[in-house]
Design a protein around this ligand. Structure first.
Ligand code: FAD
Ligand code: DLZ
Ligand code: SF4
Length: 514
């Protein structure tokens, strides 16, 4: 009988994962390993490491209960080799397999390592497609092939058709593909926001938390309180809670931000989707069911489904289509160092302070905080894409390079010169003021455009437009901004330039101090 060693990574915690599809329970061994290289190639948030290790340990036990032989290597086990490659080597000596099977990883650097294993170990290594995604890497390449410009909206429609989601025959449900025009209402302080569903850590999770405290105390972020689901049945409860309590309002308040309300009407399931505890198709089917049963309006169901079968799949397709070059792009030649306050949260720009504080506490910020506050600032201030990417990869519990990099380099920084999105998401303070209550408690005045009290987003926005004029002025989606700039009086232009220069100089000094 042939014996197979099947490697399961920390973001592959699904019984349906392709590497397990033909497992021979009599002979095969599953390898799972906690390794220093994965925990430290960037210094992940403490909650992220605890979440992944705890979910891995629970999943390993679940497989054992199913009668599967699991070789589970804990971080502190003696002899831990510290890397996937090292642990495969050790396992081959102990398990003596005839071949290795693995599902393709979520990061290019890991795929590159896997490709060396057959030669290094003299064994066949089968790298299987990750069938948890709705669109395979090959299928995305075929879709992209020959198109002049890629646009998420068209890809999304194909996914709707292919999977029969929110369809009425061959037409979109309700007659339209996209209901965004009914979404994105501004915040209201009077909103009733349900408390998020939380999970109490059990003994196994507590043990992991002690390990993280002992070994990763220098990493960013608060470990406690720890409330993430770490088992599939717990993640399913989070999903159910979202569908009933939040999804009906998801579309309406998708872009709203309120001080002290980190969770709003979002789903908080990206951690579970990305590590395998939830499956994207089951999530969108649950949302569609709630719509068909009359519990959720169409604009909310459509908006939510679009994020998962549209954006999530689209950014993954772009990642694998464009790597490794994508990580090197810097179309706007942005070189400024990441200011220290991205780590400390010590800044008097209240919107940034709130979003960074919540990121530190929760290893989570919702989309519009990541995009229009933290990301918008990084774009306007010309922060170095490498440093910004590293920050996003460290701080969010749902961050793996396949999803983090296109969002950061493509969506927020325009480092890919508009390959992913058609225009930079640059905005001044007025947008943040419209969608949040952050400006009420800020040292700056959002209505003031220049001078010491002026909201820095205001002059940084115009400064960004001026500095990148040669590259951006022909972009049709920026024509209104550039015609305003054209009409701007020279005196105002120079105050903008002066304020921005002073602000950015101080920012640079703060990065050096940190
Ligand atoms: P909801 O707002 O409730 O949305 C539902 C689901 O849609 C999410 O769980 C997620 O799976 C999917 N989704 C929504 N938008 C996107 C998107 N742009 N790309 C991919 N999936 C999306 N998401 C990650 O999973 N990991 C990341 O590392 C990550 N980094 C980001 C960095 C930046 C700069 C930006 C702008 C966005 C990033 N996102 C990332 C996308 C998005 O912000 C998160 O998926 C979302 O905030 C997760 O919270 P939620 O589950 O409450 O999402
Ligand atoms: C993120 C992460 C961390 C912190 N630690 C581990 C680990 O010790 N073992 C493991 O199998 N996976 C871990 N992961 C997730 C991996 O980094 C992820 O599987 C790769 O980046 C490929 O997507
Ligand atoms: Fe942010 Fe400007 Fe509002 Fe202050 S005034 S919270 S810096 S947008």
């Amino acid at each position: 009988m042939k014996k197979t060693l099947r490697l399961i990574l920390g973001d592959q915690l699904s019984q349906e994962i392709s590497s397990l599809s033909d497992i021979d329970r009599e002979n095969d061994v599953v390898l799972m390993c906690e390794v220093m290289e994965e925990a430290t190639y960037v210094k992940h948030h403490k909650k992220k490491i605890a979440f992944i290790f705890a979910a891995m340990r629970h999943f390993g036990r679940e497989l054992e209960k199913e009668g599967i032989a699991v070789r589970y290597v804990r971080l502190d086990d003696s002899g831990n080799a510290g890397s996937f490659t090292g642990e495969i080597r050790r396992s081959i000596e102990i398990v003596r397999p005839d071949r290795i099977v693995v599902t393709e990883p979520g990061e290019y650097r890991v795929l590159e390592a896997m490709k060396t294993w057959d030669t290094a170990f003299g064994l066949p290594v089968e790298i299987r497609s990750d069938t948890r995604f709705l669109c395979s890497i090959e299928e995305f390449k075929d879709w992209a092939n020959g198109r002049k410009a890629l646009r998420m909206e068209f890809f999304y429609r194909e996914m709707r058709r292919k999977h029969g989601l929110l369809m009425d025959g061959d037409q979109p449900e309700g007659g339209r593909w996209n209901y965004d025009s009914q979404n994105r209402k501004p915040h209201s302080g009077a909103l009733f926001i349900p408390k998020p569903h939380t999970t109490e850590p059990d003994a196994m999770t507590r043990e992991v938390m002690e390990l993280v405290n002992a070994r990763f105390s220098g990493h960013f972020g608060d470990l406690e309180p720890f409330y993430f689901a770490v088992k599939r049945e717990q993640a399913l409860k989070v999903l159910e809670n979202f569908i009933h309590e939040r999804l009906p309002y998801f579309g309406d308040f998708q872009d709203a931000m309120l001080e002290g309300q980190p969770w709003m009407y979002h789903a908080h399931i990206s951690f579970y989707l990305n590590c395998g505890l939830l499956n994207p198709l089951e999530v969108v089917r649950a949302a569609e069911r709630a719509y068909r049963e009359g519990c959720v309006p169409l604009n909310a169901a459509e908006g939510f489904i679009r994020q998962i079968i549209g954006w999530r799949e689209y950014v993954r397709g772009i990642y694998w289509l464009q790597m490794p070059g994508y990580a090197e792009q810097n179309a706007l030649n942005a070189t400024r160092a990441l200011p220290w306050f991205y780590w400390s949260g010590e800044t008097d720009l209240n919107c940034l302070k709130q979003c960074i504080g919540e990121t530190r506490a929760n290893a989570y910020a919702h989309h519009i905080q990541r995009l229009m506050v933290l990301g918008n600032f990084a774009l306007l201030a010309g922060l170095d894409p490498k440093q910004v990417n590293e920050w996003y990869l460290v701080v969010y519990a749902d961050a793996y390079e396949w999803v983090e990099l296109p969002n950061v380099s493509g969506m927020i920084l325009f480092a890919d010169n508009g390959y992913l999105g058609s225009k930079p998401y640059a905005a001044g303070g007025a947008y943040i003021n419209k969608m949040s209550d952050y400006c009420e408690n800020c040292a700056y005045d959002v209505k003031v455009k220049t001078g010491p009290k002026a909201c820095p987003f205001n002059y940084l926005y115009w400064n960004f437009m001026i500095e990148n004029e040669a590259r951006l002025r022909k972009n049709p989606r920026l024509s209104v901004a550039y015609s305003t700039l054209n009409k701007m009086q020279e005196e105002k232009r120079s105050s903008i330039r002066r304020d921005a220069e002073n602000f950015l100089k101080k920012l640079h000094e703060s990065a050096e101090d940190g």
